[in-house]
Design a protein around this ligand. Structure first.
Ligand code: UDP
Length: 238
C-alpha cells in the first residue's frame, strides 16, 4: 500500500493517506508525552512495542466480535486501518480507581468499586481534554444520544474481553482510554490504539505498574514494562 500525504500528526502516532480513500496508515512513533504535552521524551522502540501490542489486542477484539478500524499490520511501525471520522470524545473505562479520578475525588489509588466507571472527555488539547457529561457532548454536537449509547455499549464489551485477556497473563486492567469513529457506511467502530500508552496495567502478584505511568511518574523501566506486556500477550496468544 503506497503512502501518500500525512493527514495528521499526533503525540505518539502519525496518520498517513493511501491511494485508497477509505484506508489510512497509522505510523507508531517513539515519542512519549504526558500532562498535555508538558513532559516529553523519546523512548527507544516504544512505537514498535505499542504497534505490536495494539495489533494483538485489536486482532483479539475483532475475533471476539468487536468492530474496529484495524485491517492489517504492514511492518513493525505501520498499521493499515479503515478511515473513520473520529468522535472528538475520549472514553475512559475504570475498573480500579487511579489517576485523575483518585485526584479529583480524593480517593485512594487501588480501590476497587463494585461498578464499572465510564468517563467521557472532550478531545481538545487547547482545553486540556476536559471531563464532560453526555448532555454536554450532545449540546456540542460531538455525538447524538443514540451514538453515545452505542459507544458505551462497545466500551463495556471491550472492557469484558480485555479484563479476561489480561487476567490470563497475570495483569489487572485498572483503566483504559478508547476512541471511536464512524466508517463511510455509518458503522461505529473502535479506533486509535490500545497499548500501555492508553491503559493502566498492574501485575497481579507484585502490583508493579507495567504502563505509561512509569513515564508519567518517573519510575524508569518504561521500555522494559512494554516489552514485558508484549512477551506475556505473545505467550498467551500462541
Ligand atoms: N489516558 C490516555 N490518554 C489521555 C488521558 C488518559 O490514554 O489523554 C488513559 C490513561 O493512560 C489511563 C486512563 O486513560 O489508562 C485514565 O487516565 P486518567 O483520567 O486517570 O488520567 P491521568 O491521571 O493518567 O492523566
Amino acid at each position: 500500500m503506497k503512502q501518500l500525504e500525512k493527514l495528521y500528526e499526533g503525540k505518539a502516532k502519525q496518520v498517513v493517506a493511501t491511494e485508497d480513500p477509505t484506508r489510512i496508515i497509522i505510523h507508531y512513533k517513539d515519542d512519549a508525552t504526558a500532562f498535555n504535552n508538558i513532559k516529553k521524551a523519546t523512548i527507544y522502540n516504544k512505537g514498535i512495542l505499542s504497534n505490536a501490542i495494539s495489533t494483538l489486542i485489536f486482532r483479539h477484539l475483532e475475533a471476539q466480535g468487536i468492530p474496529t478500524h484495524y485491517l492489517d499490520t504492514l511492518n513493525e511501525r505501520d498499521q493499515l486501518c479503515r478511515k473513520v471520522q473520529i468522535f472528538p470524545i475520549e472514553v475512559v473505562v475504570r475498573n480500579i480507581i487511579a489517576g485523575s479520578m483518585a485526584r479529583h475525588l480524593g480517593m485512594a489509588e487501588g480501590f476497587e468499586p463494585k461498578n464499572t466507571i465510564y468517563d467521557i472527555c472532550y478531545k481538545n488539547d487547547d482545553l486540556g481534554d476536559p471531563l464532560m457529561n453526555d448532555h454536554q457532548a450532545v449540546a456540542l454536537e460531538l455525538a447524538t444520544y443514540e451514538e453515545l449509547a452505542e459507544i458505551y455499549d462497545l466500551a463495556g464489551r471491550i472492557n469484558e474481553v480485555l479484563k479476561e485477556l489480561f487476567l490470563k497473563i497475570g495483569i489487572k486492567l485498572v483503566d483504559f482510554k478508547v476512541e471511536f469513529g464512524k466508517t463511510e457506511d455509518g458503522r461505529i467502530v473502535l479506533a486509535d490504539e490500545l497499548s500501555p500508552d492508553t491503559c493502566r496495567l498492574w501485575d497481579i502478584e507484585t502490583g508493579e505498574k507495567l504502563d505509561h505511568d512509569r513515564f508519567r511518574r518517573d519510575l524508569g523501566g518504561v521500555r522494559e514494562a512494554y516489552e514485558e506486556i508484549l512477551r506475556r500477550l505473545e505467550g498467551c496468544m500462541k
